[in-house]
Design a protein around this ligand. Structure first.
Ligand code: PMP
Length: 288
């Protein structure tokens, strides 16, 4: 497999970064997870905008223009020889000394991996996932803001472990007020009386690209949709619930902490949204 590392494609075995990289020492860096379908990169510009905004917030210099880095993504996809897959684009602070100060790091390190994607079992898209509510709260916006897609995922990893150890696929994460934020790697939506609801970004979720696409699809299909603060009661009493993310697309949720949600199967609104999402994924995107 070829990896794009700091400006060139190299063999996987040669794709090495330093143990003095602050990405490794401190989780000081950012990333994007992107999908490509039929060699076309889905919503590349949105992903790149989010990456550069996160870099701006962290005063992290990316030594390439957005156009250069978008071309690098395409180059990596072309070199993978795959038609469909998942791209991981990572920017770390780069090599510094053992101190915390990021301003001692001379140049950030950028790498891109394009690989096959492992998907949920097809059964999940019929019968839905089970969630538990995690005891670990999503970061408050005045800590590492959840809008920053940083390499610091330990909070979400703690929540994911809690889910896996209880036999659930995903964990619902609440914010410090006890309202719903998101899941460990996906945004959350519900459907109630024909309206689609999702928490606002300010309740502590990532501004997910798939979340944005789903809100666009709702407008297009004239399904009423709005952002709304929710708690566990709102989710428990939903007619339908689903998660969105680059890897998962739109995946139904039919259990929360042992409560059955809706009919216990994928709901009609979720199914319509998922079908349209898959159509868009297969027919739009940046050609490589
Ligand atoms: N929330 C979190 C915490 C995530 O890591 C992700 C990405 N896997 C998402 C939501 C979904 O975002 P996107 O649709 O941009 O993949």
């Amino acid at each position: 497999m070829k990896i794009w590392l700091d400006g060139k494609l190299v063999e996987q075995e040669e794709a090495k970064t330093s143990v003095f990289d602050h990405g490794t020492l401190y989780g000081d860096g950012i990333f994007e997870g992107i999908r490509f379908y039929n060699k076309r990169v889905f919503r590349l510009e949105d992903h790149m905008d989010r990456l550069y905004n996160c870099a701006h917030y962290l005063l992290l210099d990316i030594p390439y223009t957005q156009e250069e880095l978008s071309n690098a993504v395409c180059e990596t996809v072309a070199a993978s020889g795959l038609n469909d897959g998942y791209i991981r684009l990572v920017v770390t602070r780069g090599v510094g000394n053992l101190g915390l100060n990021p301003f001692n790091c001379k140049r950030s390190c950028v790498f891109i991996i394009a690989d096959k994607i492992s998907l949920y079992d097809p059964d999940v898209y019929e019968n839905g996932l089970a969630l538990i509510t995690s005891s670990v709260r999503r970061n408050r916006p005045d800590t590492v803001c959840p809008q920053v897609k940083s390499l610091n995922y330990l909070n979400n990893i703690l929540a994911k472990m809690e889910a896996v150890r209880q036999g659930a696929a995903e964990a619902l994460m609440l914010n410090d007020l006890g309202n719903v934020a998101e899941c460990t790697g996906d945004n959350i939506f519900i459907v109630k009386d024909g309206t689609v609801f999702t928490p606002p970004v300010t309740d502590g979720c990532l501004d997910g690209i798939t979340r944005r696409v789903v809100l666009e699809i709702c407008r297009e299909l004239q399904i009423p949709a709005q952002e709304k603060t929710m708690n566990r009661f709102t989710i428990t009493c939903a007619d339908e619930c689903f998660l969105t993310g680059t890897a998962a697309e739109c995946v139904p949720v039919t259990k929360l902490d042992g409560y059955q949600l809706g009919s216990g199967k994928i709901g009609p609104v979720t199914a319509r949204i998922l079908a349209r999402f898959q159509e868009l994924a297969q027919t739009t995107g940046t050609s490589c």
